[in-house]
Write a protein that binds this ligand. Structure first.
Ligand code: SAM
Length: 496
């Protein structure tokens, strides 16, 4: 008889056991991520994994959305992906398909931002959202945010010390520590899906999280606040590990995280890959932190073409293409992780972007430019917090306006006074003062844009965390440079 689990006693689980399991293979020892072998010379296409998936129409009948794309791709002639992108090992699909995960019209490829999800066919823009992935609840690791806390699947046996450790945490503040404990426990259970999936997660050397960064790499950020924030996060994780593991503990607990590095790695995985979702289960609506395999391979974009949706009736997490979005074969499928400044992305996910529309620069000079004039030069509209670029209107310079110009519109000090127009000479002066402040900020860095680029291009053995730290300061400088250029264009356009 199966061991009763602690959560089952607290909250009788309404879930049936997973219906299909693969035979045990090995215990996950994340470290080297598995990609298809050999590396592509004529990339192998997505192979037909067992068992046969349901017909697209059958799936459509179960849900009120447009039928999903065909499950398996016919062999294609031209390859829309650059040769440096590598396909995932066929086992990556197989272990999920055997457990009812479904993917439609997409491929998982190792690209410039690690593994990502890419369209394997064109999709016409549709009036309704279209499903590209379905992930059953049984495959996800889930912990609710509020008490009484619950977790799914119900895997922890009553009396296991990890239960008490999770129980000792604060559900709202310590969601990441809790999920990391559950993940480490899942890795340790014979036959658990996460033992197999662990092979496809980034190992400690590939993970971009700053939780894994040595102090020297944090110094490369040239952002004292972010560096000291990350040192605090690291210390919190080490303290937690020391409190629960660094003493005489039963082997069944010890082996989950023999050293604090293992715990820090699990925490990095949780922080950078989990999502927060409202899940409806029976009468309950739960605010849950979840690790959803396969969906956790979606990279971020502020202009994401996909979103996540909880399908209540059969407890599936769906990844859907947004209504009205045209997709071309080879396009990356993305979701929007959050709207935040680069330092927030670095804190949680370990990446930044030179075109993050939410990035902020704090100007100290009293100079201001006329808000509406600046916005109209670049076809930017919307309320101040939700500025967006209207690319349908003829633009100043092809491709010049991107997220960085939207960020400039939000960050630059502006004035607005009813219908009072801007006076060109005053505007020009203000723009020049602001440009000068940008130059001073650029000068305050210890390296230039070119030197950073040189470091990234020349050091092939650079560690992941050093690379992202150098990119972070580079992205800041690229934004400052772009603001200077935007103000040049602004002066040209407003004055003549
Ligand atoms: C949810 S995972 C996505 C899958 C991931 N690329 C992988 O290789 O497993 C989040 C991680 O992907 C990377 N990532 C996601 N979006 C990115 C972006 N827009 N730019 C750079 N890296 C990104 C970061 O390393 C981040 O921590």
């Amino acid at each position: 008889m199966a061991t009763p689990t602690a959560s089952a006693l607290l909250h009788p689980s309404p879930l049936p056991p997973p219906s299909l399991r693969l035979p045990p293979r090995h215990v996950a020892a994340p470290g080297v991520r598995r990609l298809a072998q050999p590396l592509r010379a004529g990339r192998p296409r997505l192979q037909a994994p067992p068992p046969a998936p349901p017909a697209a129409e059958e799936v459509a009948e179960q849900q009120d959305v447009t039928p999903p794309l065909r499950l398996l791709e016919p062999p294609q002639e031209e390859d829309p992906f650059p040769p440096e992108m590598e396909p995932a090992d066929p086992d990556f699909y197989r272990i999920g398909y055997a457990r009812m995960m479904r993917a439609y019209g997409i491929e998982f490829l190792e690209g410039p931002d690690g593994m990502g999800v890419y369209a394997s066919r064109d999709v016409e823009p549709l009036r309704r959202a279209r499903v590209i992935m379905e992930i059953p609840l049984e495959l996800m690791l889930t912990i609710t945010q509020k008490k009484p806390w619950m977790f799914f699947p119900d895997i922890i046996p009553l009396g296991h010390p990890i239960f008490d450790i999770i129980e000792s945490t604060d559900p709202e503040m310590d969601w990441d520590l809790r999920l990391a404990c559950l993940l480490l426990y899942a890795f340790d259970i014979q036959d658990n899906f996460w033992q197999l999936y662990g092979d496809f997660l980034p190992g400690p050397d590939e993970c971009t999280s700053l939780l894994l960064a040595p102090k020297e790499d944090l110094m490369e950020l040239e952002d004292e606040d972010l560096a000291s924030e990350m040192l605090k996060h690291q210390q919190r994780a080490i303290d937690f590990w020391q409190k629960h593991w660094d003493k005489a503990v039963p082997l069944k607990l010890k082996r989950l995280a023999r050293d604090h590095e293992r715990f820090l790695w699990a925490l990095s995985i949780v922080q950078s890959r989990s999502v927060n979702l409202k899940m409806r289960m029976g009468a309950f609506i739960q605010d849950a932190n979840i690790l959803a395999p396969y969906a956790d391979m979606l990279n971020h974009s502020p202009n994401a073409n996909c979103f996540l949706h909880w399908r209540f009736k059969d407890r599936m997490l769906e990844v859907m293409i947004k209504a009205g979005h045209a997709i071309k074969k080879g396009d990356e499928m993305t979701i929007d992780y959050m709207s935040g400044v680069n330092s927030k992305f670095m804190e949680r996910y370990g990446f930044s972007s030179p075109t993050n529309p939410w990035e902020l620069i704090n100007f100290s000079s009293p100079a201001k430019i006329h808000m509406d004039s600046f916005l109209s030069v670049f076809n930017i509209a919307g309320l101040h917090d939700e500025l967006y670029h209207n690319s349908a209107l003829p633009s100043v310079e092809t491709n010049f306006v991107d997220g960085a110009v939207v960020a400039a519109a939000r960050a630059l000090p502006t004035w607005s006074d009813g219908d009072v127009p801007a006076i060109p000479s005053v505007e020009r002066k203000s723009a020049q003062v602001l440009q000068e402040e940008c130059r001073q900020m650029l000068d305050s860095f210890s390296t230039t844009i070119e030197q950073d680029q040189q470091i990234l291009d020349s050091d092939v053995h650079i560690s992941k965390t050093r690379e992202i730290a150098v990119k972070y300061r580079l992205h800041r400088k690229m934004l400052l440079q772009k603001i200077i250029e935007s103000l040049d264009i602004y002066q040209d356009r407003i004055l003549f």
